[in-house]
Design a protein around this ligand. Sequence first.
Ligand SMILES: NC(=O)c1ccc[n+]([C@@H]2O[C@H](COP(=O)([O-])OP(=O)(O)OC[C@H]3O[C@@H](n4cnc5c(N)ncnc54)[C@H](O)[C@@H]3O)[C@@H](O)[C@H]2O)c1
Length: 376
Amino acid sequence: MKYEKNSDADSTPLGTGGLTIGILGVGEGRSTMSAALQSKKLHLKIICDRNEELCKQRCKEFDFANYTTSYEDLLNDAEIDIIAIYTPDHLHADHIKQALLHGKHVVCTKPFIDDLNRAKELLELQAQTGKKVFVGQSSRFFEPYKRQRKDFEAGEIGELITIESHYNADHRWFLEKKWALEDSFKWLYGGLSHPVDFIRWYLPNIEEVMGYGMIGANGKAAGLKNEDTMHFIFKATDGRIARVSGTYTSPTQPTKRDSGMSCVLRGTQGASQADYHELRYAITDKTGEEKIVHWGDSTLKYYFRFEGQSHHAGEYQNYLEYFVDSIEQSFTAYPNMQEGIGTVALLQAMDKSLKTGAPVKIADILKQYNLESLSH
Ligand SMILES: NC(=O)c1ccc[n+]([C@@H]2O[C@H](COP(=O)([O-])OP(=O)(O)OC[C@H]3O[C@@H](n4cnc5c(N)ncnc54)[C@H](O)[C@@H]3O)[C@@H](O)[C@H]2O)c1
């Protein structure tokens, strides 16, 4: 099946171009398979998952022949340029390390790593190997957010004053999963990391954060252990401020009125808002003109290729192609490892603020892990 895409076409057959990729973990990695097979910039050589039945299922779905249950096979394949990692969060650091040691470029899905103790080692390894590491922060690569960024960079809203972002979702169904009720599960990382990444994208120099959170009545009744309702305020080194909110166990507004995930930029000469599931974008530009953009069904199908809107294949295709360009044209693809680690440090600072009820400086978190070099 082919999907419409707003990019220049060339005559390269799909799935055979540019650089060779192997995918590790084909749960969410299913989207990456679809993305690579539909891209003219990539050649998907092999997929890998410990679960052989899942490998077979994915191969059947995509009419693809080459799978393995051993990561070693990807690491030792000299033809593979890029390893794309979609294993559970706690395994990312080891899987990135092995890929770098075997001379591969790396794409690692968000939230990158879940333990900052591993960050310094990975930064050093990357510097030694000279290979590129890219963090798959998918939402940046979704159509309304791409358009918002393009307009911002073109100066359509002037200089940025402040940014507000939220991600609200009625995830009461999720509370039925056993692991959702474990101590380790946090909506801060599972949900709020998306709008937090928008803040980092526009205000990279966040110095301090503070926030309040609580477990709402529905979360409490289900036995949830960590906050499902949170509001945070950020301060950047230049004094600019930003705000992020998230609620996860209660109903949301009608989508005609509101969006589950939005990013609002307020500038000196205009303002813009990108809405996620609604594929909607609005701007008051520097001339005072108001525009609202809606994308249609073909764009929706490019982004969401499977059931519902649970997988993000189009976003993945956009970021994989951007990463290939960065390798072939020798530029840095963002978020890179440094930016990814900075975002994890910010999330840890937010977590600490929830616990202490006090503002937390990001530099203090970085210092704790000998990562002062990433401080602003
Ligand atoms: N929008 C996004 O960017 C987005 C969305 C969803 C999930 N994710 C990320 O994708 C990652 C995976 O999430 P998921 O929902 O697919 O989880 P999952 O548990 O469904 O899938 C992980 C897969 O990795 C395989 N695996 C684990 N260890 C392995 C090993 N050593 N070798 C080979 N295979 C191994 C498992 O068998 C499993 O199939 C997480 O880090 C998650 O945060 C990102």
